[in-house]
Design a protein around this ligand. Structure first.
Ligand code: ACO
Length: 376
């Protein structure tokens, strides 16, 4: 029996949603290179593409945006529930609770039809930024700002977090990150969603579980861990010494390495370009320090270990420069990946097979159960 620990290299199903093309080290969504989508299309158009298989025409996009914008506000019960959570609660736990609560409130929770699941997916896409933004404000003692239906998805998120929308270049950099984070085939959180769906459980349960999987620092939690790591190192001149110690202690360097990409993450150049533009715009001493440290560590990791950065490495610092606090980074990943997760949930349901692998048993041989003294 061959054991594939971590399912490494195992192909478990087919998908029409996205693929990494190993030969060219590129990623496509429904056949379109993600770099071209990020450069030429909005996040809402990419969400539509992932769900419906084709890019929307102007009329379809208008209708899609109108429905998404109308669904953004939270009802009073949800807002009150979230306000009751402890202030120390990590925003990924807030999001997980919110999605679970949306499911509990939805009378169609168990309707697994395509139409019902598309409606639920759109509801989550629309409401998750409202949850993330109001939670970021709560952490700093501020009242929530209601969504603005006149603003696009990315702009509205800035508005709900800060009460203002930054310059178009910053919004564009944020939107690029959303497009790049939206989908990545059978990654750990998407696979989690597919496992839950394969039991014919409901969409909210699958998304709740996916949020739990994304939270870990080996997956989506890495974008937060990158920023903590940069703060820990502090001075660019300490990067090499810090790295040597971390490697000697067998620590994983956050934001580096990938299960699929071994020659560099195809999404990094575009996100690094967006980060470079943010750094150039800011041009203050602290941003320069962080950017120098970021580059020094990337260089040192490549030299010492031959390991390339993944998307979380430039995205983590970019989110910091956009003004988000560190605990909001992985929830922003959720706001984007909700599109990929829900596309996979509907694909799994369309050709369902229960996901149930085997294990090679390594425990004790069969043995007799001694009689309990309680029964003697
Ligand atoms: N830091 C130090 N060493 C690393 C790293 C890293 N970030 N990544 C891989 N390696 C080393 C391992 O120690 C291992 O070395 P060894 O063979 O001498 O033991 C070798 O490279 C292979 O690493 P694995 O962990 O077996 O590779 P795997 O494919 O299982 O891991 C993973 C991929 C989990 C992403 C890993 O690279 C990692 O832990 N990275 C840091 C966390 C991170 O950035 N996660 C984000 C992933 S991308 C995303 O979610 C958007």
């Amino acid at each position: 029996m061959t054991i594939h620990r971590g399912l490494a290299g195992v192909v478990v199903d087919t998908t029409e949603i996205s693929t990494v093309i190993q030969e060219t080290n590129s990623l496509t969504y429904r056949g379109y290179p993600v770099q071209d989508l990020a450069a030429r299309r909005s996040f809402e158009e990419v969400a539509y593409l992932l769900w419906y298989g084709e890019l929307p025409d102007a009329g379809q996009l208008r209708a899609f945006q109108a429905r998404e914008r109308a669904l953004r506000p939270l009802d009073r019960t949800t807002a009150e529930l979230l306000a009751r959570l402890p202030e120390t609660c990590h925003p990924m736990d807030v999001l997980r609770t919110a999605v679970s609560f949306f499911g509990a409130e939805d009378p169609t929770e168990d309707d697994g039809s395509l139409a019902a699941n598309r409606a639920k997916s759109l509801t989550l896409l629309a409401k998750l930024p409202t949850v993330v933004a109001s939670d970021q404000r709560r952490r700093t003692g501020l009242d929530p700002i209601p969504p603005d239906p006149d603003l696009g998805y990315a702009e509205n998120f800035f508005h709900m977090c800060f009460g203002t929308v930054p310059d178009p270049e910053t919004v564009r950099c944020f939107e690029i990150s959303l497009v790049l984070y939206a989908e990545h085939s059978f990654n750990a959180s998407t696979f989690t969603a597919r496992v839950v769906t394969s039991t014919l459980s409901d969409l909210y349960s699958a998304v709740t579980a996916a949020i739990g999987a994304l939270k870990g620092p080996l997956h989506g939690g890495a974008n937060e861990a990158v920023m903590h790591m940069l703060e820990e190192i502090g001075d660019p001149r300490r990067a090499e010494e810090w790295l040597d110690r971390a490697l000697a202690e067998k620590r994983k360097i956050m934001g580096f390495g990938h299960r699929v990409y071994k020659e560099g993450d195809s999404r990094v150049p575009l996100m690094q370009g967006a980060l470079d533009r943010l750094v150039a715009r800011a041009a203050d001493p602290d941003t320069t320090r962080l950017a120098t440290l970021h580059a020094a560590l990337r260089h040192a990791v490549l030299q010492r270990k031959g390991i390339h950065p993944n998307l979380d490495y430039p995205a983590g610092l970019a989110y910091h420069l956009m003004g988000f606090d560190i605990p909001a980074f992985t929830p922003i990943f959720v706001m984007s990946r909700i599109t990929g997760w829900t596309a996979h949930i509907t694909e799994q349901l369309a050709h369902n097979a229960l996901i149930r692998p085997l294990a090679s048993y390594a425990g004790p041989d069969q043995r007799a159960v001694p009689v309990s003294s309680a029964l003697a």
